[in-house]
Design a protein around this ligand. Structure first.
Ligand SMILES: Nc1ncnc2c1ncn2[C@@H]1O[C@H](COP(=O)(O)OP(=O)(O)O)[C@@H](O)[C@H]1O
Ligand SMILES: [Mg+2]
Length: 327
């Protein structure tokens, strides 16, 4: 069902994304590693999870897996491998996690491996591990997904001294749905529940939620499963969505120049030019450039020729709810 809140796992439940799915298949088969990127709620997890499941691959969620040890555990578990047995098999006395991770990859070398939320891995040895895998198990197929920060950014822009220089994955970026696809998505979802929906309601949702399939799904779920009326469902979508994003933003702002970031975020809710930002905020160009770049990297902000804007309306709502001091 389209309005199920869990990430989709099967092609029959995945709406649209045919082109992206085809491109992903083609790239993986050609032997390239691929990184699926995009803003939150554009359906990255659904795409890569479906791809894994439809191809007898292994899907690993790395949320919160900062150390190699945790990485190895999750990878083994996702592929149905018992670490205990493996450690016995290999007669390992003192576990070296990086060696073990190499071994686990080796056991899965014939299957497509999908690593989601890769940015959470903080271990500096992760890139070396990938180089080893690449060199040792030729043709091993890996798909990465998550946000464009931390290890993901280093993976995609290796410096010449990096172990992965010249082997970086191809980027596949998911965009929000265009309006007509959002419209079809909603109509199809309502049809699955045999519920009627008015044209003007659909139009308002399409206009307010701006093609983010995750928010459309939440709205549909509130209508068809929780049985709310249009107005309340839309209100609640914005509330719940912005609460989630607000927590994420709070996390992001920790250890950063909160006041400066907040001013930039507030100014870009409805869009602002570089010159306006520069004039209004009392900072030098380099600092402002860094702030804008960081916000673009974490995909909060979009840039179009020096014009900066938060394109997800729910992120805009969340920004309005942020206070000067952390709550
Ligand atoms: N192509 C799709 N068809 C139907 N539902 C989708 C699709 N993509 C995402 N969803 C739904 O949207 C929500 C967010 O999707 P998810 O894949 O977790 O996005 P992301 O990983 O980009 O944040 C989930 O409820 C999921 O079921
Ligand atoms: Mg995801």
């Amino acid at each position: 069902m389209l309005f199920d809140l869990a990430p989709k796992e099967r092609l029959k439940d995945l709406f649209d994304r045919k082109e992206e799915y085809g491109e992903l298949s083609r790239l993986v088969r050609s032997g390239r590693w691929v990184a699926v990127l995009g803003k939150r709620m554009t359906g990255k997890t659904s795409l890569v999870k479906t791809f894994a499941h439809e191809n007898n691959g292994i899907y690993v969620n790395l949320l919160g897996a900062d150390r190699i040890e945790e990485f190895a555990r999750r990878l083994a578990a996702a592929g149905g491998l018992s670490l205990k047995e493996m450690i016995l098999d290999l007669r390992i006395v003192r576990v070296k996690w990086i060696r073990l991770a190499e071994e686990i990859f080796g056991r899965f070398r014939k299957r497509i491996i999908v690593l989601d939320e890769v940015q959470d891995i903080a271990s500096p040895r992760f890139l070396k591990l990938l180089k080893y895998i690449w060199d040792t198990y030729s043709g091993i197929k890996i798909v990465f997904s998550g946000s464009y920060v931390g290890v993901m950014k280093r993976l995609l822009n290796p410096k010449s001294a990096s172990p992965l220089y010249g082997r970086e994955p191809v980027k596949l970026v998911l965009k929000p749905f265009p309006a007509d696809v959002s419209r079809q998505f909603l109509l199809e979802g309502f049809k699955q529940y045999r519920r009627r929906v008015r044209v003007n309601e659909v139009e308002e949702v399409v206009q307010k939620l701006n093609g983010y399939v995750g928010w459309l799904t939440l709205y549909g779920n509130l209508r068809c499963v929780e049985r709310l009326d249009h107005e309340n469902a839309l209100k609640k979508t914005v509330q719940r969505g912005s609460a989630i994003i607000r927590d994420e933003l709070e996390n992001f702002l920790r250890n950063r120049r909160r006041d400066l970031y907040l001013s930039v975020l507030r100014m870009t809710i409805y869009g602002a030019r570089w010159s306006e930002l520069k004039n209004r905020l009392n900072v030098n160009s380099k600092v402002l450039r860094d702030v804008l770049q960081t916000l673009k990297d974490v995909m909060i902000l979009d840039e179009d020729h020096g014009y900066y804007r938060i394109s997800d309306p729910i992120v805009g709502e969340a920004v309005k709810r942020l206070r000067r001091r952390a709550s």
